[in-house]
Design a binder for this molecule. Structure first.
Ligand code: FMN
Length: 333
């Protein structure tokens, strides 16, 4: 059906054609109407969510991107309803007997709900945090999506330990690091992976958690990370790793957040113990550990005045508060 409906030449979904690909009796067989695009955006997203088949994700991107490139009215909002086959506007009307304020809001809210459902959340997580990103995704507004992702990507230290993270997921995340920037393009980083409970337990013993929370020794059994990525520097390539590992770690954590996971960079590591636990060869320097899992804690950002206290803290509901300096304070001059 997809192959019959998708316009290989100009993109978008053709409005009615017969099984032979020939015109139907009406005039619209070489036009693009708004509503099949709205419905296909939802249907492909749902099909992907139900099956996990990448084919549907790719169809979703095709129809989403084409629709948002052609139907929206950049001046007054909403969508035009009727386009020529090549995407040019046929008529600027936005409302008539058939086109009302129905399909587009319906598409946005259905796709939004679908995306919300597809992201596993820990118990204490606020329900609405990804609404902005969802709406942005539906609108195709990448800058808002990125800001929301950065906001969501907090250091998480309590997890649903039972929610396993597969090795394929860790490999996918390392691939994001592989594609990230590297000083002199040396690419001296290597990665050791752990998602096996027994190995996780050994890694956990070598890490120090949340230094400012003096009364908290770290996540208790049941709330510990389900996986770790250990970022290593290959000393046969260089002795100085610059900020490569920070960039790599951020790519990994943004990717994890995008997948509904969360994590924490850990620099406070008993390195010899970890080296031994994971049998890491001597030519690799342990640079960072990234703890990962399905987050089970709520983290909120708060403003801090110049000279104020930047120490993160936890309230009685175990909500983790992270003070952030203001933009005015950090931009010099
Ligand atoms: C290089 C680096 C090392 C870190 N090491 C640790 C660590 O050893 N233990 C820990 O609990 N958190 C560690 N963190 C997490 C920071 O405490 C966290 O980034 C900070 O509190 C701000 O919170 P946010 O990430 O939610 O913005 C580290 C972060 C970075 C960037």
């Amino acid at each position: 059906m997809w192959l019959r409906g998708w316009d290989e030449e100009y993109g978008g979904i053709l409005y009615y054609r017969d099984v032979m690909g020939l015109p139907v009796t009406e005039y619209w067989q070489d036009m693009k109407f708004w509503w099949p695009h709205n419905e296909a955006i939802i249907a492909t997203l749902m099909a992907y969510q139900m099956t996990g088949d990448e084919k549907y994700a790719s169809w979703h991107r095709m129809v989403h991107d084409w629709a948002y490139a052609h139907f929206p009215d950049p001046e007054y909002g909403e969508w035009f309803g009727y386009l020529h086959r090549d995407g040019r506007i046929s008529t600027r009307l936005k409302g008539n007997l058939w086109k009302g304020p129905f399909h587009l809001p319906g598409c946005s809210s259905s796709a939004g709900r679908c995306l919300n459902r597809s992201r596993p959340r820990g118990k204490g997580e606020p329900g609405g945090w990804q609404t902005g990103r969802t709406q942005a995704l539906v609108r195709g507004d990448l800058s808002i999506m990125l800001r929301d992702l950065v906001l969501e990507n907090r250091s998480r230290r309590r997890f649903d330990q039972e929610a396993a993270v597969k090795v394929e997921t860790l490999r996918e995340l390392v691939d994001l690091a592989r594609l990230s920037a590297s000083g002199g393009n040396l690419q001296p980083l290597k990665y050791a992976l752990s998602c096996d409970p027994a190995m996780n337990a050994r890694v956990f013993e070598t890490l120090a958690w949340a230094g400012y929370l003096k009364d908290w020794p770290g996540p208790e059994e049941g709330e510990r990370p389900a996986a770790y990525i250990i970022v290593l520097g290959d000393k046969t390539i260089t002795q100085s790793f610059g900020c490569d590992h920070g960039i790599a770690a951020q790519s990994i954590l943004l990717g994890a957040t995008e997948m509904g996971l969360g994590g924490c960079m850990i620099g406070s590591i008993r390195r010899p113990a970890l080296s031994q636990a994971m049998a890491i060869p001597a030519e690799y320097e342990i640079l960072l550990v990234i703890a990962l899992g399905r987050p089970k804690e709520r983290v909120v950002l708060e403003a801090v005045e110049p000279g104020g206290n930047i120490k993160y803290w936890r309230d009685e509901q175990a909500i983790h508060h992270v003070p952030k300096r203001s933009l005015e304070e950090i931009i010099v001059g």
